[in-house]
Design a protein around this ligand. Structure first.
Ligand code: F6P
Length: 508
């Protein structure tokens, strides 16, 4: 860390000591709190009045952002610089959204994306004209979680032409349960795999292809079209993607074809437009009013200065039930690093453990620990003000619960009985959407993506590689022959476990 950065870091450390001596409840009672500590973009409100901060902390965090050269770093990202240093790649997901933030360096990428989008529309038209009713998207990680979330969240916005299903896990139960409910003659399968080597997707793809029995409805989305062709997929049924799109940032590419098929073209465009609006905002808005910058800085404040080890994502909307899963990949695969770009170890903590669930259901499971456990868990509460149903009483109760929880967590309540005492002091942010529609969901997801980038820049780590997942993949491939009875595992414990599993299996 440079001496200048260290100076800001020390200053923030001293602020943390100071604020930890006072109470969050007192901070929250200060006048003007919401005006000072909330920002709005379009109809997305980010309210961080219940974070353990004051004016001085916010100013010091913004100094840290300036010293980290965040504004130039956003330009580098969206201009196609090789921000993925270990793989010498750009990360141009913003170019896929076709907004005004597409800078000169990204024009070629945008043109390629535009031509794939046209091809995607032609292929969609063919499917629409066919007798296909069901789409099965086969992929895992970034080739699954984002599209699965968006298709699920926006059910009220489906145009009804297709029903979309997903298979991700290598566990054969997914195919076992889904396939009997579908007619292969009325189903198309999209195999989504950037690398076209992922074990889970290859195995599930094989099952689906055999089940389909007709390759004319078998499609692939991949950055390795040659591998798909070699595997027998017709070039006319392959949609390309590129090395410059990270898997977990790829739902905006042809990886999201399933979304397009579920929503129709106008709503797919609205999703991209929402994300593009956040790209422009991130690139052009001064740091102090920049939502992803503020969100990212607060994550750093909670992690590095207040020392919180986990972060909860709490959507108060059942439709966003898959958001924690998607964000786990976006945040933890991006920021789960302990060396800097140059390979030197970081001297500070990086990503917290991210987890969550929907309100109000979670209130009746893990919220007890949030209120009275020994671990303080900062939380993002996400609320939608206007519902897409007519059960007004339920919706008002949902919003009342959301507010009640943020208040109770921050402020607490005293009691002479220690069992009935709520310590408070538990910070949260509130992200409010007017509605959950394609545009606002695009904004929300892009906001998190750019917040992750902000954190990676300040920490000096690469947000776009994921070397940590490779060792397990290699070991699984080495263990597979042993499980089939062809050779022995190298590791002594794994060797005994393989014997145990084989013995258990053979007793059936
Ligand atoms: O195992 C991690 C990972 O490489 C993710 O980063 C990626 O989104 C996922 O696997 C799927 O990869 P692919 O799209 O290449 O099949």
């Amino acid at each position: 860390m440079s001496a200048a950065l260290l100076k800001h870091w020390d200053r923030l450390d001293r602020h943390a000591d100071r604020l930890q001596q006072g109470s969050l409840a007192d901070l929250c009672r200060q006048p003007d709190r919401v005006r000072k500590f909330s920002r709005v973009l379009d109809r997305l409100h980010f309210v961080f009045a219940r974070q353990r901060i004051d004016d001085a902390v916010l100013a010091a965090l913004l100094e840290l952002a300036r010293e980290s050269d965040l504004q130039h770093q956003f330009q580098a990202l969206m201009n196609g610089h090789q921000v993925n240093s270990t793989e010498s790649r750009a990360a141009l997901h913003s170019a896929l959204r076709f907004g005004g933030a597409t800078t000169d360096g990204a024009l070629a990428a945008r043109d390629e994306a535009l031509s794939v989008r046209e091809r995607m529309e032609e292929m969609t038209a063919e499917l629409v004209a066919s007798n296909v009713e069901h789409i099965v998207s086969v992929g895992i990680g970034g080739s699954d979680l984002g599209p699965r979330l968006v298709v699920d969240a926006l059910q009220e916005y489906h145009d009804g032409r297709f029903r979309v299903h997903f298979i991700g896990n290598v566990d054969g139960s997914g195919a076992h349960r889904l396939l009997p409910t579908l007619d292969p003659a009325r189903t198309a399968v999209i195999l989504v795999s950037k690398s076209f080597t992922t074990q889970e997707t290859q195995l599930n793809g094989r099952i689906l292809r055999e089940w389909l029995g007709d390759d004319s409805r078998f499609y692939a989305v991949t950055a390795k079209p040659h591998a798909a062709v070699e595997a027998g997929v017709a070039p006319s049924r392959i949609l390309p993607m590129w090395d410059w799109v990270g898997g977990r940032y790829s739902l905006w590419s042809a990886v999201g074809w399933s979304i397009r098929l579920a929503l129709g073209s106008e709503r797919w465009d609205a999703l991209l437009d929402g994300a593009a609006a956040v790209d422009e905002h991130a690139l052009n808005t001064p740091l102090e009013d920049n939502l992803p910058v503020l969100h990212g800085l607060l994550a750093i404040w909670n992690r590095n200065f207040l020392g919180y080890r986990t972060q909860a994502i709490l959507p108060y909307d059942e439709r966003l039930g898959l958001l924690p899963d998607h964000l786990q990949q976006v945040v933890m695969e991006s920021l789960g690093k302990s060396v800097r770009h140059d390979g030197t170890p970081v001297a500070y903590d990086t990503v917290p453990v991210l987890w969550g669930g929907t309100g109000t259901s979670s209130q009746h499971s893990f919220f007890q620990a949030l209120h009275q456990g020994t671990e303080v868990v900062p939380a993002d509460f996400i609320g939608v003000v206007v519902p897409d149903h007519r059960h007004v009483d339920n919706h008002q109760a949902l919003l009342a619960n959301l507010l009640a929880q943020t208040e109770a967590l921050a402020t607490g309540s005293d009691s002479p009985d220690p069992h009935r005492c709520y310590p408070g002091g538990r910070p949260s942010s509130l992200i409010l959407l007017e509605r959950l529609d394609p545009r606002s969901l695009g904004m929300l997801l892009a906001m998190y993506e750019h917040s992750v980038y902000v954190q990676s820049v300040v920490w000096g780590i690469n947000a776009f590689d994921q070397w940590g997942v490779e060792l397990g993949k290699r070991l699984a491939n080495e263990l597979l022959p042993a499980l089939r009875g062809e050779g022995q595992a190298g590791d002594p414990i794994s060797r005994e476990m393989v014997s145990l599993m084989r013995a258990m299996a053979s007793s059936h």
